[in-house]
Unconditional design. Sequence first.
Length: 258
Amino acid sequence: MTMPMKGISEDQTNTNIDIEGAIIAKKHYVYEVLPVSDEELLIEVAECLAKTFSGVKSGNAFIVEPVVLLLKISYETMKEFIFDFLKQTVNQGLTIIAREKCTGKVIGAVAAESFQTIELDPPLLKGDFAPFNKINQITRYLVKKYEQYIYNKLGRKIVKEKHIRIFLTGVMLEKNKMYIAAEMRHLLEEICKNRGYQYIFSTAPNHRSQKMNVRLNYHMPLDCKGVPIAYSYAKDPVLKYLPNELGEDCKLFYKQLT
């Protein structure tokens, strides 16, 4: 008579996957600040992030940012837009990159900036960059909500060099994306703490990025009605056509660093 095998619970399986993924992320990749003086590396980082958002093949699937897909933003346009951001902010030392230890190839990045209140509306973009007007609209809506939340919480407006905004997080791999993104975020947070920053915040435009923020212990700030702050796609004349399984809204997340 054979004894029945003891089953492995889903929680145990997930824990094993977490441990394995975390070990791989630490063992096979290095994490560093994007240097100011290396423009070739800056281009490589822009290409990496552009591929993760405009579309990259991952196993049998094609992974693409749903909003970018719906707005029909090409890889080349995405790369130029990201490169411009990196070039303007690289001297702040707040963009973190992940590289393969064996090849030095960039496989991920977290692009961030020191945030301060912007009073003026950005100029309307034209041509290939026109779709970014919609992204800027969403970003400004959530940023204004963040500023109001901080004012209600602290009783004062945003103070310069106390808040970090994460612009983009992307990892160009089939597996272990979450763990590599976590390592980059942790390094960014440590740098920010050491410099005296108090808060870090980001916008998450789809289910995957929202799940990642939750796992990294970021919180969703609540509005005056006690509802998580978000931009609903269903109410937007353009983004309402985005399937719910890809994304329902762009949520705001933040973490207190001190």
